[in-house]
Design a protein around this ligand. Sequence first.
Ligand code: KIV
Length: 301
Amino acid sequence: MTNKKALTTVNIQQMKQKGEPITMLTAYDATFAKLIDEAGAELILVGDSLGMVIQGLENTIPVTLDEMIYHAKAVCRGARHAHVVCDMPFMTYQGDALEAMKNAGRILKESGAQSVKLEGGATVAPTIERLVNAGIPVMGHLGLTPQAVHAMGGFRVQGKNPQAAQQIVDDALALERAGAYAVVLEGIPAELARVITQSLSIPTIGIGAGVYCDGQVLVIYDLLGMNPDFQPKFVKKYLNLGTLIPQAVQKFKEEIREGSFPTDEHSFHAKMPLFAPHSVDENPPEDDDTIGLYGVPVELG
Ligand code: KIV
């Protein structure tokens, strides 16, 4: 379960000092985690966005701690080098700091994730300090904080006037003082993200926050273009799987209906007669009994 060669929060912070841009992507299962890890992302976020992209919910509010741990466990099995950070879901850290410690502790102990992320500014800073003092690294999250969707009146860009912008700068400084090792800046003007990035010694990782952050994060399903109906301004689709996947499924269906899949190439044969001579193929081809189930090689018999 433990990702022994994983990057540490110190490695991530050194990237800012060296001016090396940081790449973070979300993953929710082992297969995606392995692919993202092998492609070189330094951070994998088990985001509570899984409520929307995996569970089909309208927002992240109903996501539970057990669900986060379940997905984080899977991600940790797939990741080798990337640092795995897991979101703390809504109402698992906003109340009592001891409750937050218990919940963050469960994430690290049960899933193998190396740090937690939580949303909010100065009001959650005392909790962050407690977690960090207990040995739990914390990433902050400011600006458009999706767990506060009802308080914000929807998923809206934040910090658009001088007062609101200053509040986010103050919150970012409070998170740094509390010991957060990095902070996600979501849905804020690029000019504000620039000031925050220059004011902090810890890295900023932006999503919808412009180019001046120390790193960038996207939801992997957005980057892959899995949802053709979803095209917010901050997302760049590097693939169009929302079109390619249905095309592949249609082709599969077509080939089943016309009998062109499976061919002999995709079929197994016994090495000895299984039934009465009249029904036996006298010269069955030699098969390798090793097959791959869902990408995992399995020895049969
Ligand atoms: O839950 C999530 O995926 C996130 C990212 C969008 C930063 O918090």
